[in-house]
Write a protein that binds this ligand. Structure first.
Ligand code: ZN
Length: 82
């Protein structure tokens, strides 16, 4: 899942086990697949969960990830973030 904070224009990719936050006053935070923010109307889901429509600019790496996710049918995967 890829989510953009309109407040700071950062894009955050959800991580199965880690909490990711954009760090701006809107405090967009992803915990697994749970999105929290001070103002959720300032948050855009760029890329939803597998099965949802994808943006045209999806990277190869993303497609592999989505594919693995579908095959294994598990909610939580361990992978290295860059
Ligand atoms: Zn932000």
């Amino acid at each position: 899942m890829l989510v953009r904070c309109k407040c700071c224009n950062r894009e955050l990719r959800s991580h199965p086990v880690k909490t990711v936050t954009c760090g701006c006053p809107n405090s967009l935070t992803l915990r697994g697949e749970v999105i929290t923010a001070v103002d959720l109307s300032e948050v855009v889901i760029v890329e939803g969960l597998s099965g949802n429509k994808k943006p045209d600019t999806i990277s190869k790496e993303d497609m592999v990830w989505q594919e693995n996710r579908r095959k294994r049918k598990v909610r939580k995967l361990n992978f290295d973030i860059k």
